[in-house]
Design a binder for this molecule. Structure first.
Ligand code: ADP
Length: 441
């Protein structure tokens, strides 16, 4: 068993000590992280993850307790030793990238080497190699402003590796990225850990990323609550064998980290009662549906993903089920476009000309779904109802009720079961038709 590369013992960090706004952000935190481990600090916002990150980085001294990185206390370093520590021992990746926009991508990557007296040609060669490794070699001469979020983060990964550090600290590295870029960045970190044997510490509140880690450090209210080894990874640290038994509970705990064990058991049973697909499939299905929602794949590509065997990266559904599912998703997404258009015009107050057409179309989707022939009066009532709901003048329960009210009493006279189904369908259209740009986080 090697010595820990990072050791924390009863660590406590207090902000603004002795002042009226004194705040104890972490206390009694003890952990050993071993060379070559990939660990995740996981917990809700405000639990103290970043506080630990900055403490390990050498910029936030502990108020009590001990910290050792490679056997040394960084807070005992001279200023030169500290610079050396922060540039050579630790590589950093931030959620917000922190690239310098006025210099090229390649210069951003080499920047941490400039202070090392490495000749420029050699620096650039090395930076190019790194960019190539993270699939960014084509973009070396661009400026960071012209890169997507995913590309920017891959440049930061290259930059973090330029001085060949032993430890990589990543603070929510995928917090600003879409699912495809997230996968690319996480795979890059995984490779750096597996191939280069770097110790990787990632801060995240995304449970889906925990599968990359050897061990997960669950934090809450400034405390390290538990350390959970990942049963699917060969452990580097010494862990209790009992704890490596893979059960559905372990998987569920990763997907729903904030639920109690009883709630996890409930979820497991409810899933058994209501779904034909297991939790691993649900997670993967979410990724595929996200690609559809973001219009990154078409229906046929979606079907083929659903169809493909699970171990080949698909969902493993039968062809007929895959088609059914794809049709449902495509229908809702297509129909939601009209809801989106209507809402935009409604918000902008400029929908006199074509508002009626949109409402007619939205009402027709519901009428088609209904399967009954509606006469002129019921069609008109449906359109009116659709208008009220899409404009937010009535709630979901009223919408369902009006569908059920007898025709003689001014309603649509639709059966209870069908009314529920139509309401559900319309709500899906409305949700998909909501603009989410700009407030995804
Ligand atoms: P996380 O990274 O898990 O979201 P942080 O480590 O950023 O959490 O914060 C932990 C707690 O410490 C939070 O309650 C936060 O408000 C507080 N905190 C963070 N930075 C400061 C600061 N500079 N001064 C005072 N309190 C702070």
């Amino acid at each position: 068993m090697p010595e820990p590369i990072i050791k924390l013992k009863d660590l406590e960090i207090t902000y603004n000590p002795g002042k009226s706004n004194e705040y104890k952000a972490t206390q009694g935190v003890s952990m050993d992280i071993y060379p070559g481990e990939f660990v995740a600090f996981f917990g809700p916002s405000g639990c103290g993850k970043s506080t630990l990150f900055y403490c390990i980085l050498g910029v936030l001294p502990p108020s009590a307790g001990e910290l050792y990185v490679m056997g040394q206390n960084p807070y005992s370093f001279s200023p030169e030793e500290m610079v050396n520590f922060q540039t050579n021992t630790i590589g950093i990746i931030y959620q917000a990238f922190f690239l310098i926009n006025s210099i090229s991508v390649i210069d951003n990557v080499v920047l941490p080497q400039i202070f090392h007296g490495v000749p420029p040609a050699k620096r650039r060669r090395w930076a190019k190699e790194l960019l190539k490794r993270f699939d960014m070699e084509k973009h070396g001469e661009k400026f960071p402003d012209n890169l997507s979020g995913g590309q920017s983060q891959r440049v930061s990964v290259a930059r973090s590796m330029v001085n060949n550090p032993k430890i990589l600290l990543a603070d929510e590295p995928t917090g600003n990225l879409d699912s495809v870029s997230t996968k690319q960045v996480m795979s890059a970190l995984e490779e750096i850990n597996r191939v280069d044997k770097k110790t990787v510490i990632i801060i995240t509140h995304n449970a889906a990323q925990l599968s990359y880690a050897h061990r997960v450090f669950y934090m809450k209210d400034g405390l390290l609550e538990r350390i959970v080894p990942n049963p699917e990874k060969k452990q580097i640290a010494k862990v209790d064998k009992q704890k490596i038994l893979v059960t559905e509970m372990d998987k569920l705990a990763k997907i729903y980290p904030y639920e109690t064990p009883v709630r996890l058991k409930v979820k497991s049973l409810v899933n058994y009662l209501t779904q034909d697909i297991n939790f691993d499939q649900i997670l993967r299905l979410e990724d595929f549906v996200e690609l559809m929602v973001e219009r990154k794949i078409c229906k046929d590509e979606f079907i083929s993903l659903l169809n493909k065997r699970f171990h080949e990266g698909g969902l493993g559904l039968f062809p007929a089920d895959a088609r059914d599912m794809a049709e449902k998703v495509e229908k809702v997404l297509k129909q939601s476009e009209d809801a989106r258009r209507f809402r935009r015009r409604f918000m902008d107050n400029n929908f006199f000309s074509r508002e009626d057409l949109l409402l007619q179309r939205l009402a027709k989707y519901i009428a088609d779904e209904c399967g009954e022939d509606l006469d002129v009066t019921r069609k008109k009532r449906l359109k009116d109802l659709v208008y009220k709901r899409v404009a937010g003048l009535i709630g979901v329960a009223d919408f369902e009720n009006y569908l059920r009210v007898k025709i003689d009493d001014g309603g649509l006279g639709i059966s209870r079961l069908r009314a529920r189904k139509l309401t559900l369908h319309f709500e899906k259209i409305l949700i998909q038709g909501t603009d989410t740009k700009g407030n995804e986080h």
